[in-house]
Ligand binder design. Structure first.
Ligand code: PMP
Length: 310
């Protein structure tokens, strides 16, 4: 089969059962490997959905400039979609996100504007959002998908990520956990899984140094892509029953274990998700099934402590 463009090949990522990191007496844990998605992360799905819906609704045309504030992967996804569809793309991101993300965005032909992170990721992301809004005001060609507010972000996960999970597991799902960046994944996947099993236990995962949903102070942390220091407008705060706070150390340790015990080379927030999933699996116990997501590939973290040798 030949795809007409790379965009047709987005999604359809594998689901893998953890073998060595789980315990006999705990629930089984399935992880969805988004690092092998086109663009290397789950966010290509949302970039594609937001742009295709905007095209359908006549919100963008051939002269449109895509501008997006993002802590990283959404920028990569949009730069990729912009490249294929021929839209000039400008990504506004904190200077605290990994250098690899900047380089990849540029490689797809997009421009990068960096905003200084002075130690509060929330303030920095808000500054990125404000910059995008100002650019839209000054130039009518600018279209800002605004992933934190765009319902099509959730739609991508309801129609694709969640449907794939349901088909792949093909049986009861008792637990699901996900870190929150925009909240698109936990809201979209969570709503579909909860409709199928109202008793499902869904956990939100927060970095210790930006646990805003838990009312804690926001600083800067290493779990890039989650814990952006704001409560995203599209997040369904009724979808999760518990918040699981994960430290940077535990996230990185777990991501390293995923590589050396399971052969899954993935990013730091994948470690956050699996650290939480293992706790949920212990709570639910043998015979139950927990699902979580590995949102991106480790290959955009070479310059971070994920690759520090012990
Ligand atoms: N992990 C990584 C690495 C991400 O880039 C993102 C997207 N911001 C997430 C997790 C969280 O996904 P969502 O925006 O759907 O909450």
């Amino acid at each position: 089969m030949i795809y007409h463009t790379v965009l047709e090949a987005v999604g359809h990522t594998p689901m893998i059962r953890l073998q060595r990191m789980t315990h006999e007496e705990d629930a089984q844990v399935f992880v969805k490997l988004e690092g092998v998605n086109i663009g290397g992360s789950i966010k290509t799905r949302t970039a594609l959905m937001m742009i295709e819906q905007a095209q359908k609704q006549g919100k963008i045309h051939k002269d449109t400039i895509l501008v997006e504030p993002t802590s990283g992967n959404q920028g990569v996804g949009l730069a990729l979609v912009g490249a294929v569809k021929g839209y000039k793309t400008i990504i506004i991101m904190p200077d605290s996100v990994s250098e690899e993300r900047r380089k990849i965005v540029k490689q797809y032909g997009a421009e990068v504007i960096l905003v200084h992170d002075a130690g509060n990721i929330g303030d920095c992301i808000q500054a990125c959002v404000a910059k995008a809004k100002q650019m839209a005001k000054e130039d009518t060609r600018v279209f800002v998908p605004q992933q934190f507010e765009n319902e099509n972000n959730i739609k991508a996960h309801k129609e694709y990520t969640a449907q794939e999970i349901v088909e792949q597991v093909n049986g009861p799902i008792d637990g699901f956990c996900s870190g929150i960046g925009t909240g698109g994944t936990i809201t979209g996947v969570g709503q579909v899984l909860k409709a199928k099993n109202p008793k499902i236990e869904i956990w939100a995962v927060e970095p210790e140094k930006a646990a805003i949903l838990s009312g804690r102070p926001v600083g800067t942390h290493l779990q890039m892509g989650i814990g952006d220091g704001l409560i995203p407008p599209i997040l369904d705060q009724d979808i999760y029953s518990q918040i699981c706070i994960i430290s940077d150390e535990e996230a990185i340790y777990t991501a390293k274990q995923l590589a050396c015990q399971e052969g899954l080379l993935c990013g730091i927030s994948s470690g956050s998700n699996v650290a939480a999933a293992l706790k949920l699996a212990k709570k639910l116990g043998k015979g139950k099934t927990v699902v979580t997501i590995l949102p991106d590939t480790a290959e955009r973290y070479y310059s971070t402590p994920l690759f520090d040798s012990d």
